[in-house]
Structures are given as C-alpha cells and as structure tokens.
Design a protein around this ligand. Structure first.
Ligand code: BGC
Length: 722
C-alpha cells in the first residue's frame, strides 16, 4: 500500500443520517473513489450501502471494502428502552437478547459496526448522557457490558447477522465535572481502577472488536491523545488487539483543548494509539506531511492501518464486501412481530415502581381513565434519545397503550394539560434528532383548565410527566432535574380533584421527585421504553405484568446531594443515619444524606420477605468458596420477579473501602406464597480491590455480607478472611 492508501483507511466519514456535531462530511463520494475513506457511519439501507461500497470496490486500486458503522444503541428499527432503563431490568439474558435483535436488524440494513455498548459509569444525573449507560455501579455495569457485546457480536463476527461492538467512551466520560457534557474529568487512579475502568475492560474481555476514545481529558491530557490510556493501559496492561477510533472530531477538538494546531494534535493522537479518525479528517489532511517531517513514523501509520484492515477481515468484508447488503433480509428481519414483543417485554421489565400507596396500582380494567400530559399522546418521544433508526411512526403512545390494554370496559379520555417545557426558548434549541414535542400555543392556564374538565369525567387519572426524549442524551445536561414547573402545576391541579392519581414518569435520568414522592400516591418510572412503550406501560398499570425493575442509579432528594451513590466511603466523621443534622459530622444542614430512592430500589405489586441469611463458614481461607444463602418468600398477592442483591463490605483495609459494594444478584420468579433459598458463592476475587500502588489485592480481616431487596434494606452476616 502507498502512504496515501494507508492514510485513506484511517479516515472515517459520516453519511449524515444522524449528526452529533457541527462538522458534516462533504464530497464523500469523490473521496471514496480517490481511496481517501476507510469507512462511513450513519448511512443505512442495503441499497445505499451497496452503492457506496461499489464506489470503493470499483474505483480504487486495491478494492478495499469500506466498513459501515451506526449508533445502534438501544435497538434499531425496533427501539428498545434506553440503556439506563434496560439496566434497571437487571436481566442479563434480556439485555443480551435486545442487543442480538438490534444486531440482526441493523446488519440486515447494511450495517456491520455498532457504536455501543456505552459503559460510562455515571453518578451525576445532571449529565444527559446518563441515559445511555447502565448507571452508577461498576459490577452491574461490567455484567451488562459483557452481555451487550455477546449480543451484538454473537460467536462469529463474520456472520452476516452480527455487528462489531465499539465500547465507549474510553474513558471516564461519565465523570464530567458538574454534569456538564464534554467537561473536564479528574480523578485518582485508585478510583479509576476500582470504580470506572472495569466496565470497559469487561466489554473488551468479552471480545469487543473496537473501542472509542472519549472527548474529555484525563490527567490533563485529552483521552484522544492520552498515551497512558490508549497504549499503556489498553494495549499493554489489558492486551487489547482491536481497533481504536476517535469520537466525532475528537482530534480537531484538541485544538480547542489547547494542545496545538491540527497537524500537531493529529500526530499526537496517532502516536498515543488512535487508529481511525472520525469525521475530523485531521489524519487525512496532515499525516502525510508528518511522515515527511518525521514527526510520525511509517510504522505508526502501518499499525493504525493494520487495525482497520483487521477489523474488516474479521467482519468478513474481504470475502464479500456486500455481505450486509441483502435486500431480502431487510424485508423479513426488521421490525418483526417477534422483535416488537421482545421490546415490549424488555420495556415492562425496565420500569421501576417508585411508590404505590393504598394499592393504587394495578388499575382495574373498567371505568373511565383520564390519560393526561404533554407526552402521553406523542409516539416519537417514546423511542428515547439514541433511537436514531427507530420507526417513530409505529411507536405506541401511552394513550394508545391504555386503550389497547384496557379492553372494552375501559374508556379513555385525553388532555395535553401542559407543554413539556416551561420555557419555550429551551424547547426550540434542544432538538438534535428532530423529534417534535408538539408545543401547544395555548397558555399553561388554558391547558390545565381543559385537563381538569376532562379529569372530572374520569374514575382515575394517569398523568404522564417528565422529560421529552431530547432533554437527555448527548449535549443535554440540566442543572434543575425536577419535572418542569408548568408540568408540576398541572400535577398539583389534578391532585386537588381528589381522584386517584398515578404518575407515569418519562425521563432519561434520575429526576428529583421529592415533592411528588410526598404527595402522589403512585409513581411508575418508565424512562423511554422504545417502540412498544405505551403497551408495556399499560401492561404494568393493569397488572398484566408485575413490575420488577430496580434502580441502577440513585435518585437524589436534591440536586445539592450530587454526586450521590450507594458505594460511598464512610469518612472519618460519618453521619449516624438518624434523622436530623449532626454538628461536626459529614452531612448537610438542610437535607438528609439519604437519597430519595436508593440504588437497587424498586417496588412490586407483591412483597418479598427475606430471612435466614447464612454463611457456610465464619472463616474463609484464600482458596475457599464461601456460600451465602438466604430465604426469599413471596408474601403478597401476586406472582412476581425479585432481584436478590448481594453486597460486601471490607471492614478494614490498608486503603479506605466503600460502605458496601454490589458483588452479585439473581433475578428470580416466585409464585405467591412460594419461597426459595438463594445461594451466592463468594470467592477471593469478590474481595479484591486496587490499592494505592494499583496492586489488585484481598486483605485478611473482617467482611460484612449484605443480602436484600435494595442497597439499603438488607440482612447482614460477617466472616473473617484468613
Ligand atoms: C457521540 C458518540 C457517537 C458519535 C457518532 C458522538 O457525538 O459522542 O457516542 O457514537 O457521535 O455519532
């Protein structure tokens, strides 16, 4: 290959179907024919992809096929719940299946490379991209990362129904200061190794073929030029052999980071370990000169080019460049009835019942239900932030879902009641993927008045409030994470009717629901449930499905508590846990340390009783396996699923250790009245952590085992590691 041919392979352009930056690729066709493009993303359909692939195959000397990527994040044409929602299912099989379906649909539509899973740990719900990850926990996040990779890649990347996964955003993108997207991160290596890096590694260990560098800096150097991150950790410590790609214009952005001009930052990125340059064309336009200047060596170009070519080999593109361009598959494998059913079940499993006083839920299937709210009659918004390829018109709204689910004895009345935003200027600016929020020209007072009239005719009010899909996701940070004021006004007015009110929350992040929790009898958090959201919500509201979702992220009482997470450190002056402020202790004057809803929390229509937590021994040798067993009984009135959670605390260490850490979970099904004994094996690996010198160790001494229904309500037992 000539130098130009090699550099061409490093250039990744966008086909423009969904753009997430201000730069858009131009003259794409000419560049492909000239051998200046290695791949494209954001282009779909077997016909379009075939035509584009032909440009490369028919016009370039070496006929190297292009690779075609896409942000396949939570489903494809069939949209699944947003990843944060899916993670609340704690159901790895279901999550893997969702990725498998997404891979089948996307690969039938010309695509072979998915920019997923997004495994960024996040403890700050102001950050809009919390919607795209699996929440705050390193253990749950790592399990989900593996499941997603298995789902996308299957057992053989070269099959025409699998996608190469791209783990992102490496690294620490979810730790942006102040929850502001693209902002600086700064953290100790101890925290990185223990709490933030493992999900990336887990995804790579599961075989992910590629990884995307993040926009943020780490230790003062943007990830895109961070040799420690991209070479020392990724290649040397973890042994990763796959492809490393930038995020959108990540190289060019280093000019604004203040690292030099485009030629300088492009060379830095290549030398740090980047193989492929997304959109910015810094590699294309400057690397030739850098080779002449000897600021980069041909060997560096060769390394990057080899990685791009190897990915294409692995995907089978050299055997058949049109492998993913089968028109027949597109007709029969996309948006099938089966896929919709799976999406419906995934959605119902992702919802978290936050409150259910007086058995307000489930609803009976008779009488008149008023379905009220700015998003309840809006199909597009059900798909959620990254559903760029979803069939929006076929999404099921909440009004439609309740009509279908209620059957003949239910009549449904609807009113909008409020706009999504209090502030119309915010609404105008927020859209990136063009999903309408259908702003109404009537005043808030007029909308509420209409809603009250409609509500008066009903037996029960289901009010759907919260965020539109685009209030979370990329570039959608918020400082006030309550339900917008005008929607709260609607809720207060509806509560005054004295009728039973069920609040269905739409959101891409934990919202501050403190007022709602104190005043509304029933709250179901539904995230953005995807194509079948409306049906799935109705399934749960009517009790056809008993809710089982558990929070993968803490819900704060107040924005001032952020960052708030369950696996915090005790400090030297811990708060006692009793209500009220304590002087000279680590707590606030004006708010409790406790979250509104803790990690792992979620109610059911039935109740589970935990008893008899036993450890197989009180002392454990390093080679031993200890068994923790607990009895869980369904003592309520419904059959239901429960996520049994195991946490461990290392009581004494040479480093300070978190108050507890998730180390296992099992999602079980119990018929009413049924009880089961659940066992969790505990081995030395569950007790290890990275110490100050980054040695991965388990230290002798006392450990506490917690088993329970969420991170706060647990039974306890202890043992000694000898
Ligand atoms: C996002 C990535 C995404 C890429 C391509 C970027 O703005 O940060 O997550 O994969 O765009 O669309």
């Amino acid at each position: 290959m000539t130098l130009e041919e090699k550099i061409g392979q490093l250039n990744l352009l966008t086909g423009g179907e969904a753009t997430t930056g201000s730069t858009v690729s131009n003259d794409v066709e000419t560049k492909i024919k000239a051998g200046k493009v290695g791949g494209l993303f954001s282009m779909s359909s077997p016909q379009k992809v075939r035509k584009t692939q032909e440009l490369a195959i028919n016009n370039t000397r070496l006929k190297i096929p292009l690779i075609f990527g896409m942000d396949v994040i939570h489903g494809y044409r069939t949209a699944f719940p947003i990843p944060l929602g899916l993670s609340c299912s704690w159901d790895l099989e279901l999550i893997e299946k969702s990725a498998r379906i997404a891979a089948t649909e996307a690969s039938a539509d010309g695509i072979c490379w998915a920019y997923s899973p997004m495994v960024d740990i996040c403890r700050d719900p102001r950050w809009g991209r919390i919607a795209e990850g699996s929440g705050e926990d390193v253990y749950l996040g790592s399990q989900i990362a593996r499941a997603m990779v298995r789902g996308y890649q299957g057992s053989d990347l070269s099959k025409n129904n699998t996608l190469m996964a791209c783990v992102k955003h490496y690294a620490l993108y979810g730790a942006a200061e102040a929850g502001r997207d693209y902002n600086t991160t700064d953290m100790s290596r101890v925290r990185m190794y223990n709490e933030y890096l493992p999900p990336y590694k887990a995804a790579l260990d599961a075989g992910a073929g590629s990884i995307m560098a993040s926009f943020n800096e780490i230790d003062g150097i943007p990830a895109t030029a961070n040799k420690w991150l991209l070479t020392d950790v990724l290649r040397k410590q973890w042994g990763f052999k796959g492809l490393v790609v930038t995020d959108y214009t990540g190289i060019n952005e280093m000019v604004d980071h203040g690292l030099g001009d485009l030629k300088t930052v492009s060379a830095k990125a290549l030398l740090a370990g980047i193989d492929m340059d997304m959109v910015g064309e810094g590699f294309l336009t400057t690397l030739g000169q850098s080779v002449k200047d000897k600021t980069v060596a041909m060997a560096d170009i060769d390394r990057a080019c080899r990685k791009v070519l190897e990915a294409k080999y692995d995907l089978g593109l050299f055997d058949d460049p049109f492998r993913y361009c089968d028109d027949q598959r597109a007709k029969t494998e996309i948006f099938t009835e089966n896929n919709r059913q799976q999406a419906r079940s995934a959605a119902a499993n992702s919802f978290v019942l936050l409150k259910n006083a007086n058995k307000t839920l489930p609803l009976t299937k008779k009488g008149t239900i008023a379905v009220i709210g700015p998003l309840v009659n809006n199909r597009e918004n059900m798909a959620g932030t990254w559903a760029v390829s979803a069939d929006f018109a076929k999404c099921v709204s909440l009004v439609d879902g309740i009509k279908h689910g209620g059957g003949n004895n239910v009549s449904v009345v609807y009113a909008k009641g409020a706009n999504v935003y209090s502030d119309p200027t915010q609404e105008a600016n927020v859209s990136i993927f063009g999903k309408p929020t259908n702003r109404d020209n009537r005043s808030d007072a007029e909308l509420i008045e209409e809603a009250l009239k409609i509500a008066q005719t009903a037996d029960v009010i289901v009010v759907g409030l919260g965020e539109s899909a685009e209030m979370s996701g990329e570039s959608a940070s918020r400082s006030d994470i309550q339900i917008p004021q005008n929607q709260q006004d609607l809720l207060k007015a509806l509560l005054k009717t004295g009728k039973p009110v069920v609040l269905v929350v739409f959101t891409g992040r934990p919202l501050v629901l403190t007022w709602e929790d104190a005043n509304v009898p029933a709250i179901l958090n539904t995230w953005f449930g995807g194509s079948e959201a409306g049906n799935a919500i109705a399934d749960v509201l009517f009790g056809d499905v008993v809710p089982s979702g558990k929070l993968s992220v803490t819900f704060p009482r107040s924005v001032g508590q952020i960052p708030i997470y369950y696996n915090y450190k005790n400090t030297g002056r811990p708060w006692s846990g009793k209500e009220g402020f304590e002087k000279f202790r680590s707590n606030y004057l004006d708010v409790s340390n406790k979250p509104l809803y803790p990690f792992g929390y979620g109610l059911s229509y039935t109740r589970f009783d935990y008893s008899n937590l036993q450890l197989s021994a009180r002392k454990m040798k390093r080679s031993d396996k200890l068994m923790a067993t607990v009895t869980v009984k369904n003592v309520g009135d419904f059959d239901g699923q429960e996520v049994v959670q195991l946490y461990i605390r290392d009581k004494v260490g040479s480093n300070t250790r978190p108050v507890k850490e998730l180390k296992g979970f099992q999602k079980i099904f119990l018929k009413k009245g049924e009880s089961k004994t659940i066992s969790f094996p505990i081995s030395i690996n569950d007790l290890k952590y990275y110490d100050n010198n980054l040695n991965y160790i388990a230290e002798n001494g006392e450990f506490i085992v917690f088993v329970g229904t969420n991170s706060q309500d647990c039974l306890e037992a202890n043992f000694i590691l000898e």
